[in-house]
Design a protein around this ligand. Structure first.
Ligand code: SIB
Ligand code: ZN
Length: 436
């Protein structure tokens, strides 16, 4: 890949709060960040083949979406305003049973297009037909941590695990390293301890982590407590799940002991405020988790419970919701919210040495935000401006793994018109199948 130099108004490295480089530049060599510093500081032997000279833009790390079901963009607006178990049992799962591989591929491509437009460069996805998801992610040029979601209770548990193992063998560290994999037991209420123990053994053998939904609703906590006499988090601790790197989505309903366990075990937590609000699941104790030293990243969850995958919006929601919920304006200030969507998310995925910050040696996953717009003037505090005022449509240019995947709001890896038309076609045919 060509050596590239990005020159901009400011670089937010997200390495620390004070690390804003005004009139900064980033040298990109192959898929890595070669140098970051003030204008003119790049070593003279670096001869870029291209210079992206954008004096009105801010460069920052690509956003990390820690919990998605990408292909669920196909269900956007199909079933709204229902509680979680009713939404899953009556609407989503019956429709998912009719999905064909082509639907998953097209739905994921649609999601990838939306993500690129919104500045997301990495997603942690749990779904089915993961070969299709991986193909789509590869084609879009994004980075992803993928797992096949497994429902362990019932007849399909064994085959789901076998499929997962096959998927990991085929795709782990593929697409030039952009795709890695995990095992994805869906949740404590769909995966009993005996099944989780099998999953844990397989994960240890293959050297991969676990992605799970955890402590999402009051109903889940009640069901698990009635059945096992402990909280979902305590049950996972007892089963041995946290001996592995774990990415736990939601973590809304937690006891003080649960918070201690999650922090001590350095579990990656994917906070999904909009999904939690829309499904009326509750408010995750994010500021308490962060205080305890827990690793919290941000996610959108699927587009059927959000209903978009807009990480800038999610960031703002996260900050506002914590303030409202705790009646404390000081919690989750702008920098911390932005950190959760970048470096913090990378840490939650165990990828802090690869992505999430703009420092030399890390992967060149970089976004440029166009600050020259009425809603972004005047400029006092860049973090506050991005978290509280910016929109995903301000994302101008996106690099993933050193490759420009969007420039001047044109996606270079996908034909968006075709992607949208195919998604509509698949969604229409799917709903037709469900009605016949
Ligand atoms: N149903 C799949 C396995 C799970 S994939 C991930 C699952 O999570 C579901 N899902 C999406 N959002 C949520 C959520 O917020 N909580 C729990 N499950 C969810 C989603 O619909 C999908 O079924 C099978 O056939 O084997
Ligand atoms: Zn989910």
């Amino acid at each position: 890949m060509a050596d590239l130099l990005i020159k901009c108004m400011a670089v937010l490295t997200m390495d620390s709060e004070g690390d804003i480089i005004n009139h900064g530049e980033i040298a990109v060599r192959d898929n890595l960040i070669y140098h970051v510093g003030p204008s003119g500081s790049t070593p003279a032997d670096f001869k870029p083949e291209r210079v992206l000279d954008y004096p009105r833009m801010v460069a920052m790390p690509g956003l990390v979406n820690c919990h998605t079901h990408a292909a669920m963009t196909l269900f956007r607006g199909y079933a709204d305003d229902l509680p979680l178990m009713q939404w899953l049992n009556d609407k989503i799962w019956p429709l998912e049973a009719l999905l064909i591989p082509e639907d998953i591929f097209q739905g994921t491509l649609l999601c990838c297009a939306e993500m690129i437009r919104g500045g997301t460069t990495t997603l942690a996805d749990m779904y089915v037909e993961m070969d299709q998801v991986a193909r789509a992610v590869d084609e879009a040029g994004l980075r992803a941590v993928l797992c096949r979601g497994m429902i362990g209770a019932g007849p399909d548990g064994e085959s789901a695990l076998a499929e997962s193992v096959e998927f990991i063998q085929k795709w782990h560290c593929s697409a030039g390293g952009r795709i890695t994999t995990m095992l994805g037991p869906h949740a404590p209420y769909t995966c009993p301890p005996v099944y989780l123990k099998q999953v844990i053994a397989a994960a240890k053998e293959m050297g991969v982590g676990i992605h799970i939904h955890l402590a999402e609703t009051v109903d889940e906590v009640k069901e698990i407590s009635d059945q096992y006499g402990k909280t979902p988090v305590a049950l996972m601790e007892e089963v041995g799940l946290f001996e592995l790197p774990v990415l736990a989505a939601h973590c809304v309903h937690l006891s003080d002991t649960d918070i201690d366990i999650l922090a001590r075990r350095q579990v990656g937590i994917a906070h999904n405020p909009q999904s939690n609000m829309k499904l009326a699941s509750g408010v995750a104790p994010v500021s308490r988790l962060l205080h305890s030293g827990a690793l919290v990243g941000l996610g959108t969850d699927g587009a059927a419970s959000n209903n978009n995958v807009d990480m800038l919006e999610e960031m703002r929601t996260a900050a506002l919701l914590q303030k409202l919920h705790t009646c404390d304006t000081s919690v989750l200030p702008a920098y911390q919210a932005l950190h959760m969507a970048t470096a913090g998310g990378a840490r939650a995925l165990g990828m802090q040495e690869q992505i999430g910050r703009l420092v030399s040696g890390l992967k060149a996953d970089i976004i440029l935000l166009d600050m020259h717009q009425p809603h972004l003037y005047p400029l006092f505090d860049i973090y506050a401006q991005i978290v509280y005022a910016a929109a995903s449509s301000d994302v101008h240019t996106v690099l993933v793994d050193g490759r420009v995947v969007m420039e001047n709001r044109r996606i270079l890896t996908l034909d968006e018109d075709v992607v949208m038309a195919e998604a509509q076609r698949c969604a229409d045919a799917l709903v037709q199948r469900s009605n016949s």
